[in-house]
Design a protein around this ligand. Sequence first.
Ligand code: C2E
Ligand code: CA
Ligand code: CA
Length: 511
Amino acid sequence: MPLTARSRRKRSTRIVVTLLSGLLPIVLGSAILYMQAERTLEQSAAQTAEQALRQFELMLDNTAEAARILLPLAGKDCEEVKLALREQVTRRPFVRSTNLVWENNLYCSSLFGQFKEAVNAGDYHEGKLWLMNGNPVTPDTALLIYRLSDGPGGALTTLDGYHLSNILRLIGRQTLLMLQVGDNWLTADGQVHQGPLPALPVAHSVLESARYGFSVSAGYHEGETWRYMAAEYPPLFSLLIFFGAVSGAIGHFVQKRSTSPSHEMLRALEAGEFIAYFQPVVHADTKRWSGAEVLMRWNHPKEGLVRPDLFIPFAEHSGLIVPMTRSLMQQTAVLLGPQTATFDKPFHIGINITASHCQDLELVEDCRDLLAAFEPGSVELVLELTERELIEPNDITLQLFEQLHALGVKIAIDDFGTGHSSLGYLRTFNVDFLKIDQSFVAMIGIDALSRHILDSIIELSAKLDLGIVAEGVETQAQADYLTKHNVKFLQGYLYGKPMPAADFIDTLSQH
Ligand code: C2E
Ligand code: CA
Ligand code: CA
């Protein structure tokens, strides 16, 4: 159906809307997946940090236990206690060395026995833990020293950094993990760094130990969220693309459907698709062409030539019938104006007008313009008003018909016999012609009642001194009957179908 097939909206706008409706689910879906990936990474970082924290606490428990056992030995002679020191190193898996302190001096070590080195409590975070890069014995191996003191005596137990970085590596895997003690922090490569902890760009989570003075940091490198999505979500992305395609198709379809008939017709009007066809009307006696009825056709780019009864009702409804009729009158002026010489004068030009059009005084101007295209007196313009829609007499319509009359425009009642016009109606609007509806003509020789009505119409028109035109004359018998009964004008396929202007002008010049 031509009225739903095309949009007036620009093609580019339609493409943009289609693309947007296709992209919307993809963009929204991707945003949701991104947030989901961020949450998953945050949970995973928090869990990893938690596990590492538990492990470190277990190791420190073990190390602290050794210090607790050794503390009562502080102050005793080193030779006496060094075996006890070594026993703790041997027994405990993470303890690398044990040492005793007396009055801020490390005086006995599991490694060297008797020893002498100053101990500064300020080196230890909260006086308890010191994360260092190594000691003179193993300069490049990180160490975590646990300090327990009681008065002048103290015990230092050291935890091998190798075990610590192992935990960071094994538990961390995809996650960046760091162990922080005071200002120092250890990374999975076993290096101890100083200064503030670097902020991890994605899903940074920090957990502090409730029992020891350290914290664990977990997080991910820049861009990890996208990498995670690319690795984990390909099936979901395929689904999003599928939804995007479906939504784009729906967007496209809805746009096509939402095109209203009036939009489509306005487009057609601007594109000049409504064109004039002409059907001859002949003198019943001589069969010479007395004029023509102008009939509208829609030359649709896809549907081809469309019949007026399929689109005129839409045009009336939307008010477009007024500019469409104006366009038809302008075409008639341009096409037939130059043919004046070939006319039997006065040549009748019939234009169909809807009742709604009669509420518009501009119709007078349109008629004036049409008449101006012909030599004065060479044509008689006839406005055909269908009897099925009667015109309400009011200030505007009465004024309109008065002005039309003054201009010399004639009025015909179309499809006469199918409606309810009264004698008063015919007088009010100064009617000049009756066009007998083709249904009565078709019944000539077939149906007695129809013929009876036909006879009455002919009789009435003679009494009222109205011109009479018979429509739909298809057979010679119909023509003969009508002529014998004094019908002056005949129109129908017998004399010519509605035709394009070029054919009409061609045939007219041969007459
Ligand atoms: P209408 O005003 O009664 O026009 C006569 C219709 O009868 C035309 O149909 C014409 O092709 C058809 N016709 C003519 N001779 C014969 C015949 O011998 N046999 C048969 N079977 N039909 C014949 P068309 O052109 O399809 O127009 C249909 C209706 O659409 C018109 O009826 C008129 O009411 C309306 N229409 C056409 N053009 C316009 C227009 O420009 N403005 C308005 N408002 N209505 C129009
Ligand atoms: Ca007509
Ligand atoms: Ca008619």
